[in-house]
Design a protein around this ligand. Structure first.
Ligand SMILES: Cc1cc2nc3c(=O)[nH]c(=O)nc-3n(C[C@H](O)[C@H](O)[C@H](O)COP(=O)(O)O)c2cc1C
Length: 166
């Protein structure tokens, strides 16, 4: 993989997470991959930032609160079954690396690994968190996405390294 400057990155932002999905890896001691499709790439506080949205019901939520680093990994299309497993099973119950046939690869900057074979990967450290506050929803239909009232915590991660196969 080639390390690039974040400013060099060419992606289709509305295709990347929504359609291709990604693996968010969190956890310092026992890292855990979780599938995500909500989030964004952008600029905040004069830094390149990856934003991910994690519900408190996820094992990943506790891991991120305990250690604020994460990687976001976009896999090739053939890895869809692994993404389905990591988006439907919890790391509380099983080792998803083994179950999904994934291999952790040490990151360069953060203590949380990347996913070997990813076609694009971000190494990030959270600068801040924000909690989604339903009293601020301006469109009432959003509330339908929270039947369990498990409003996301937003993790705003500074991008410390970007790796690409392209
Ligand atoms: C396509 C897809 C996208 C998902 N996106 C998110 C997301 O952005 N945030 C979130 O909290 N859960 C998301 N999930 C659900 C988690 O991946 C799922 O609940 C997972 O089993 C949680 O794993 P964990 O308990 O090991 O953290 C998504 C699931 C799928 C299949």
């Amino acid at each position: 993989m080639r390390k690039i400057d974040p400013a060099e990155l060419a992606v289709r932002p509305f295709q990347l997470l929504d359609k291709e999905w990604a693996l968010l890896v969190a956890g310092h001691n026992r890292p855990n991959p979780m599938t995500v499709s909500w989030g964004g790439l952008g600029t905040l506080w004069n830094r390149p930032v990856v934003t991910v949205y994690v519900r408190p019901t996820r094992h990943t939520w506790g891991l991120l609160n305990a250690h604020p680093e994460f990687t976001l990994n976009v896999l090739p299309a053939a890895s869809r079954p692994a993404l389905e497993l990591c988006g439907s099973r919890s790391g509380r119950d099983l080792d998803k690396w083994v179950a999904a046939g994934l291999t952790a690869q040490p990151s360069e900057v953060v203590a949380v690994p990347r996913v070997a074979g990813a076609r694009l990967a971000f190494e990030c450290r959270a600068l801040a968190t924000l909690d989604v506050d339903p009293s601020r929803f301006l469109d009432p239909s959003i509330e339908k996405l929270y039947a369990a009232k498990d409003y996301h915590r937003v993790f705003l991660g500074e991008v410390l390294a970007v790796w690409t196969e392209e």
